[in-house]
Write a protein that binds this ligand. Structure first.
Ligand SMILES: [Zn+2]
Length: 86
């Protein structure tokens, strides 16, 4: 993050970046991976490689996750980290 630089949207379906916001928005979302529901940065796009909040390597799937995957147990570490970010 370079201060003073406008945020560049990385995909056409991203909503308008909050340019008027003085601080970077800490945005995250839930992502099923490795048998559990983890939290990843909202910046990660399908196909990107990144890390969950609890430190697992992950490649964001290009397809939607199945309903079964969304029923995987919530990762407690990700949950706790996410809680501190809201
Ligand atoms: Zn996790």
């Amino acid at each position: 993050m370079v201060w003073g630089q406008p945020l560049k949207p990385r995909s056409p379906w991203l909503t308008t970046p909050s340019l008027s916001h003085p601080l970077p928005v800490l945005d995250f979302r839930w992502q099923p991976a490795h048998g559990g529901r983890h939290v990843i940065s909202q910046d990660l796009l399908p196909g990107d490689e990144g890390h969950t909040f609890c430190g697992l390597d992950l490649q964001v799937p290009r397809q939607r996750n199945t309903k079964t995957e969304w029923l995987w147990p919530t990762c407690q570490q990700c949950y706790d980290t996410a809680k501190t970010r809201t």
